[in-house]
Design a protein around this ligand. Structure first.
Ligand SMILES: C[S@@+](CC[C@H](N)C(=O)[O-])C[C@H]1O[C@@H](n2cnc3c(N)ncnc32)[C@H](O)[C@@H]1O
Length: 237
């Protein structure tokens, strides 16, 4: 039986309160200021996978349009609630192509220098990750990069002792090309937003799947936002 897509939960929680709590904005600012504003070009094209209510896209556009002569933006978001919030609150004024669908369903003729997925992989089912990698590969320019942010393995291992904030619902053993990985489905409480279900996996699983699909791991970095430890993977095509 096909599992229900995990993104459907975003129709029933208050992700829009991210507008007030500014959750994740430290990480957005970090990658925008330290990476995306440092390219030595006069144009940049970026596709954000699972843009939620678009906070990252807005921060990026505001800063990038001061640095680059041309900024080309596209993104996708399958949750109806988040997509509509984005379009009504800010998307209409932003000169960008916004797809209301998963990355698997996106049809675009454009190729991108940068594709981002910020806290999106934990919402993607294991069986869909390889297809995700292949699609991102097709959408990138040669030499383009995929930036993937996830909660660091270490940080969820630390928080799993706090049962109010973090409850493990399933532990799965996953196999990819003969190697074994652990995956936890958990429920965690995000302040002001509500309970979110997602998957934390051995980080090597992402490195191995993307490496098998045409990428190399250019960098793997920890970003400490003062609350949580995050892992940023930079996969280069
Ligand atoms: C934790 S939220 C992060 C949203 C946003 N990137 C942010 O930083 O606030 C995960 C998002 O991934 C989206 N998502 C889940 N599966 C997806 C898929 N296959 N393709 C594109 N987006 C997906 C969900 O709808 C949700 O908005």
């Amino acid at each position: 039986m096909k599992k229900r897509p995990i993104y459907e939960q975003y129709n029933n929680i208050d992700w829009k309160n991210q507008e007030k709590t500014k959750m994740n904005s430290f990480v957005y600012d970090y990658i925008i200021s330290n990476i995306f504003l440092k390219y030595n070009d006069n144009a940049i094209s970026l596709f954000d996978v699972g843009f939620g209510i678009g906070l990252f896209l807005r921060m990026f556009l505001e800063k990038a349009s001061k640095k680059y002569a041309r900024v080309y933006l596209e993104g996708c978001e399958p949750s109806k609630t988040s997509f509509e919030y984005f379009i009504n609150e800010s998307g209409k004024e932003m000169n960008m192509v916004a797809h209301h669908e998963t990355i698997a369903d996106v049809k675009t003729l454009s190729k991108f220098d940068v594709i981002t997925a910020v806290y999106v992989m934990p919402a993607v089912l294991f069986e869909d990750i390889e297809h995700f990698a292949k699609k991102v590969y097709l959408m990138l320019n040669k030499g383009g990069r995929f930036y993937c942010v996830i909660a660091a393995e270490k940080s969820y291992k630390d928080s799993k002792n706090n049962k109010d904030l973090f409850t493990i619902l399933e532990k799965n053993n996953r196999e990819y090309k003969g190697k074994h990985y652990t995956e936890f489905l958990h429920k965690s409480l995000l302040p002001g937003i509500g309970y979110v279900f997602d998957y934390n996996r051995d980080e090597d699983l992402y490195a191995d799947i993307f490496s098998q699909n045409g990428f190399w791991v250019e960098e793997k970095k920890e970003i400490d936002d003062g609350y949580f430890l995050n892992t940023l993977f930079i996969f280069k095509k």
